[in-house]
Every structure is written in structure tokens, then in C-alpha cells.
Design a protein around this ligand. Structure first.
Ligand code: R5P
Length: 293
């Protein structure tokens, strides 16, 4: 098995090579003056007849990282790989998984069909927005969930934990963490305006969170609105302290400010995306991806 590491891996390619005792080939890369990406795989003859793991996360700039992922997969296939396993720790466009408004493009379908069509036999990703959306990849799919890592970390820190899901879609994530921490969990009913992006809480749990350490678990913190709203609700129910954990902590625009103002005491994320805050807990997902491979 050979690992081919792309330009946006945050060390996951190195982690996989170590965990799997496999050789790592780093791609050569440059950007042409007009902005187009150039990818070259050194020593391509090594790939002949091998199972090849191509690693490339597709965070910002998504379109560039995505194109490079496609170039890498097709090149690896052209050079004779017997099987291509695409490891895409952060899968771009995962949240455009349905047509919320008439006429919208189904972006994740295009992304997954492209990854498959250039030659990926297997797709491994960390915490996609919804597992069902991966059905657009007509091949083998494996999902890596970081919740056990969160729980391991949280167990060292929290006292009287309670897990809160910021919307119904993330409830299964809250459940995974709560079961490991042996505590209760609940969810908020959230609604997002599809035009303005504005969110509102339709229904809040009636739990008494007095003296509890409340953990908000989600797949992604993007503009921070969802987490900030959940934190405020947790404090209004009496929480002692709020901690936020998400696989992909992006912190776009004013997100950090929102999170701080809502009094979130600690943020936990993973290296599926670059580290967004100095003082966050930043967990490495290489080992749990290696287990799936
Ligand atoms: C939505 O369904 C997702 O699971 C996240 O809750 C959401 O995308 C987070 O986005 P933001 O941080 O911008 O509120």
C-alpha cells in the first residue's frame, strides 16, 4: 500500500503512513500564473499494481483542493494502481445535500460522482453532514466518526456532563458522546432561513442543566451561529460551563467572536481542517482513519 499525500492534508497523510507502515509519496504542486493547479506524482512507476490511498481534504479553497483531488486520483489510476482509496477528511459541499429551493444545484452529488468517475474505488471521509448523501458515490464508502475521540478527551475535563445537540440532525452525534460519558442528552429544534442564513430555535429542551457541564456536539462550526445559539440556551437552562465539539471547526468571519460572546469555554475540533483557534483542543484523526483502511 502506498499513501499519496496532496496539498491539503494537515499531516493526516503522514499519520496514515506511520499508522499503516506504508510509504508516503508527496505530490509536487504549483499554481500557474493564471491560477490553475499543477500536480505531479514523483516516481509514478511505484504505483503499478499497488493499493493507493490518496489523501486530500477539501476545505477552503474548496474548488482548488477538489480539482487537485480529482487530478491525483485519475493520475494514480493512470499509473496502474490496482485500487484507489480516496481519503477526504473534510468533504466540501456536504451541506448542499438537497434542493432546499427550487432550481438549486445538488452540489454534493456532483462532487461525489466526480470523485467516483475519475477512478476512486473507495471513499473514506470524516463526519459528513449526512451519511445518506454518500449514496451518490457508487462505490464503497466508509465514514469515520470522531465522537469517541471527543468523549475520551471530555472524560478528562468535565464534571456532571450533559450533551446538547444544536439541531435534530446532530442528535445521533450527541447520543454517541453521551453514551461514552454515561450521561443524558437532548436536542434543540433549529430552523434556518434559506435565504438570509439566519437561524432561530423553534423548540428548546426543558431540562434543568443547573451545575452541568454542557457539551454541544455538531459536525461543523462554520459561522458559529448554531453553536452560539445552543450555548446561550444551555446557559439559560442553568449550565455551569459550555464546551463545543465539532469535527470540522472552520470559524468563518465573526465566528470566533460569536463563540466567545456566547461564553463557550472550550472548543474541540480535529485536523480534518486547519487549526482555527490558538487555544482549542485539536485532535488528530489519522489513527481512526487508519483503522477504517
Ligand atoms: C447544519 O445542519 C450543520 O449540522 C451545522 O449545525 C451548521 O452547518 C453549522 O453552521 P454555522 O456554524 O454557520 O451555524
Amino acid at each position: 500500500m502506498i499513501i499519496v499525500g496532496g496539498t491539503s492534508t494537515n499531516g493526516i497523510d503522514e499519520g496514515l503512513a506511520k499508522a499503516l507502515s506504508a510509504e508516503l509519496i508527496k505530490v509536487e504542486h504549483k499554481v500557474f500564473p493564471d491560477g490553475e493547479s499543477y500536480i505531479r506524482i514523483p516516481q509514478p512507476q511505484k504505483l503499478q499494481g499497488e493499493e493507493v490511498v490518496v489523501v486530500q481534504s477539501t476545505y477552503y479553497p474548496q474548488d482548488k483542493n477538489l480539482m487537485e483531488l480529482l487530478f491525483m486520483i485519475e493520475a494514480v489510476k493512470d499509473f496502474g494502481a490496482s485500487k484507489v482509496i480516496a481519503v477526504v477528511p473534510y468533504l466540501a459541499y456536504a451541506r448542499q445535500d438537497k434542493r432546499f429551493r427550487e432550481g438549486e444545484a445538488l452540489s454534493i452529488k456532483t462532487v461525489l460522482r466526480s470523485i467516483r468517475n475519475v477512478g476512486a474505488d473507495v471513499l473514506i471521509t470524516v463526519e459528513p453532514h449526512k451519511a445518506e448523501e454518500l449514496n451518490h458515490f457508487v462505490g464503497e464508502v466508509k465514514i469515520v466518526y470522531p465522537e469517541p475521540l471527543f468523549a475520551e478527551e471530555l472524560a478528562k475535563i468535565v464534571d456532571k456532563p450533559f450533551v446538547l445537540s444544536p439541531d435534530v440532525g446532530a442528535l445521533f452525534r450527541a447520543k454517541m458522546v453521551a453514551e461514552k460519558l454515561n450521561c443524558d442528552y437532548a436536542y434543540i429544534e433549529k430552523e434556518r432561513d434559506r435565504i438570509t442564513g439566519e437561524i432561530t430555535a423553534k423548540n428548546i429542551p426543558r431540562e434543568n442543566l443547573q451545575d452541568k457541564d454542557v457539551i454541544i456536539v455538531d459536525d461543523i462550526i462554520s459561522t458559529g451561529g448554531t453553536t452560539a445559539q445552543a450555548a446561550k440556551i444551555a446557559y439559560s437552562l442553568g449550565a455551569r460551563r459550555v464546551i463545543a465539539a465539532a469535527a470540522h471547526v472552520l470559524m468563518i468571519g465573526e465566528a470566533k467572536k460569536k463563540i466567545q460572546e456566547s461564553n463557550v469555554k472550550l472548543v474541540i475540533g480535529t485536523n480534518t481542517v486547519p487549526k482555527a483557534m490558538e487555544d482549542m483542543i485539536y485532535l488528530d484523526v489519522s489513527k481512526i482513519i487508519a483503522e477504517k483502511i
